[in-house]
Design a protein around this ligand. Structure first.
Ligand code: GTP
Ligand code: SPV
Ligand code: MN
Length: 632
């Protein structure tokens, strides 16, 4: 018997399910993953589903779940001639984004969750969750999804198993991860992270006729970092429900990374090739809805420069035997922000989402296609908004929810990198940090060292977006773009970053930069055109790495000289460029004061080396000895 069927057979024996279809030979095979079988049985016992379905990840399984959801009105099939094999899903109004205030890190000790995470006692939380999950799948199917984060078999990859009662989650997970029977085979000799999810509705006795079941009263996204478990209840949306993504690949994996000496980061990974055919890879961390997906798929406006996509949201990075830092994208799909995506801003994304895509909370046109703000100048007549209402009746409302998303396979992207499936990962030459900042932060700055670059990471702040529930536009600190995603004390996380200087020859480590596409002029408009034009900044970074581009040494780091940026064919006036590259001493001194205030929350866990960096930055600002320097 094939190992996959062996595992299934034993799982099913254990669950007391009729195994005849799977086995017609001797059942005398050694039992392989006891923990998985025991966990499935335990969850079945707790949640009391009517059926258990072990997902094989096949096309047939995906198609039949989609069909089932069409019947339940959870999915609308889009016009097959315009968007083949695509579906629209509409969430309920109270379940549209990540819920940071309902996200918990339940470490044994509160101090290990740190000042930036919600903490609850793990024993109390577990018992509370058990009550919520008790019988919560009655009348419905419990799906078991084995998935691999990273190419199957990669030394950096990890296995997880998500149990869920949501077919929307199953289909999305098939796009977002490598999922199904190949992973079940891997599980014969590997451990896994158990991820338990329920939409928490309809509960037994409830008559809930809704296309998007979720629990109004109770929503919990809970992590047990020591035992590496995830429990999520009540929400069906994005990072709250696709537990492989933020819960596992960032919160749990960041903790694994600290224990094992690697990094799990909220970063895109891109390949960049110059006209001479030389290639490098960059990773970049920007907070949610601040431009990772767009940068990772960028179509450069500079002739001969080519960007290729490895990942758009998460990077796992490890130092290999050669002492250098390599990254894999643990995901297989993109869960990207729809609004703002168009054939002008992101033609590669528009091509990718042409087929095999699940859209959530976008508008629906009369022709059965999707629409969102920014896709074209005006909404087509007769377009329904994300709640399925006629747009003409509520013209002041948005057609797409600002956090509307597409889930789409990376392999469909026209600019996917040749190393996307490489289990060894790609060598990272530069790390970029960035955020949405209307002022103060220049277009691009290069750090002086790894330690100074780590300091850059701690200083990331950004105007809040619709990716998480809460007010939009308010400036908040978001160190390393990991504020909602670091699974342990963030002060310890800073130290972990610093430790990389000791783990290898620092000259092997990537150079660190800070970028900001979002400065605004007095008219409130963006000073920098962004999107495809960001390739010009990537070019400057590429050439800095090769010692070719000029920079000015300023108190905050190396900033491009006015002539060193390639602005060929870009109608950008001199004042705008000046503003984009300016280091405003007064504003920076205020920034320093704000950082001093903020860093206090980390108390004694804030590394001395980073306090030193802040102190030195302040001194340099007071002295303000900007000087032009030649390439290194
Ligand atoms: P998450 O998936 O939430 O982590 O977001 P992300 O960081 O991948 O952001 P994404 O690339 O999806 O961009 C979010 C929004 O910012 C979209 O509406 C984009 O159109 C817009 N955006 C992206 N890049 C730029 C840029 O260079 N300039 C401007 N002005 N807007 C941008
Ligand atoms: C983010 O918020 O950073 C996302 C979307 O990438 S979600 O998967 O919902 O977390
Ligand atoms: Mn993200």
């Amino acid at each position: 018997m094939q190992p996959f069927y062996q595992t299934l057979f034993f799982l099913f024996c254990f669950l007391g399910i009729n195994t005849e279809v799977f086995c017609n030979s001797s059942p005398n095979i050694p039992f392989q993953n006891e923990r998985l079988a025991a966990w499935i049985a335990e969850v079945e016992n707790l949640c009391s589903p009517d059926r258990v379905h072990i997902c094989d990840g096949s096309q047939e399984e995906y198609d039949s779940l989609c069909e089932e959801m069409v019947k339940l009105k959870s999915f609308i099939r889009l016009n097959d001639s315009l968007r083949p094999d695509c579906f629209l899903s509409r969430s309920s109004c109270d379940d549209v984004a990540r819920l940071e205030d309902r996200t918990f890190i339940c470490s044994f000790h509160k101090k290990d969750a740190g000042p930036t995470n919600n903490w609850r006692d793990p024993v109390e939380m577990r018992s509370h969750l058990k009550n919520l999950f008790k019988g919560c799948m009655r009348g419905r199917t419990m799906y078991v999804i084995p998935f691999s984060m990273g190419p199957i078999g990669s030394p950096i990859a990890q296995i997880g198993v998500e149990i869920t009662d949501s077919p929307y989650v199953v289909c999305s997970m098939r796009i977002m991860t490598r999922m199904g029977k190949e992973v079940l085979t891997e599980l014969l000799n590997k451990d896994f992270v158990p991820c338990l999810h329920s939409v928490g509705a309809p509960l037994s006795g409830e008559c809930l006729d809704t296309a998007w079941p979720c629990n109004r009263e109770n929503k919990y996204i809970v992590h047990f970092p020591e035992t590496k478990e995830i429990w999520s209840f009540g929400s069906g949306y994005g990072g709250n429900a696709l537990l492989a993504k933020k819960c596992f690949a960032l919160r749990i994996a960041s903790r694994m990374g600290r224990e094992e000496g690697w990094l799990a980061e909220h970063m895109l990974i891109l390949g960049i090739e110059n006209p001479a055919g030389e290639k490098k890879y960059f990773a970049a961390a920007f907070p949610s809805a601040c431009g990772k997906t767009n940068l990772a798929m960028l179509k450069s406006s500079l002739p001969g420069w080519k960007i290729t996509l490895v990942g758009d949201d998460i990077a796992w990075m490890k130092i290999k035997e050669d002492g250098k830092l390599y990254a894999i994208n643990p995901e297989a799909g993109m869960f990207g922000v729809a609004p703002g995506t168009s054939s002008t801003t992101n033609p590669h994304a528009m091509e990718t989402i042409q087929k095999d895509t699940i859209f959530t909370n976008v508008g629906l046109t009369k022709e059965g296609d999707v629409w969102w703000e920014g896709m074209t100048k005006e909404a087509p007549g007769g377009c329904l908004n994300w709640m399925g209402e006629c747009f003409e009746h509520c013209p002041n409302e948005k057609i797409a929810h600002p956090n509307a998303r597409f889930a789409t396979p990376i392999k469909n992207c026209p600019c996917v990198d040749e190393a996307f499936e490489d289990p060894e990962g790609v060598l990272i030459s530069a790390i970029l940090f960035g955020g949405r900042r209307q002022s103060v932060i220049p277009l691009v700055t290069e750090s002086f060292s790894w330690q100074h670059g780590t300091f850059f990471g701690t200083t990331v702040s950004s105007e809040a977006t619709a990716a998480a529930n809460g007010p939009i536009g308010i400036l908040r600190h978001d160190p390393f773009a990991m504020l909602p995603f670091c699974g342990y004390n963030m002060g310890d996380y800073f130290s972990h970053w610093l430790s990389f200087e000791k783990r290898t020859d620092p000259s092997h480590l990537p150079k660190i930069f800070y970028v900001n596409w979002f400065q605004k002029g007095e008219d409130g408009k963006f000073l920098w055109p962004g999107f495809g034009e960001n390739g010009r900044v990537l070019k400057w970074i590429f050439e800095r790495l090769d010692g070719k581009a000029k920079a000015k040494k300023t108190p905050i780091g190396f900033v491009p000289t006015l002539e060193s940026m390639d602005l060929t064919g870009l109608p950008l006036d001199h004042d705008a460029l000046h503003q984009l590259l300016k280091v405003d001493q007064k504003a920076w001194l205020q920034e320093v004061e704000e950082l001093k205030r903020y860093f206090k929350i980390f108390d004694h866990t804030f590394p001395k080396k980073l306090s030193q960096e802040l102190f030195e930055l302040e001194n340099r600002l007071h002295a303000d000895l900007s000087e032009e320097v030649s390439p290194p």
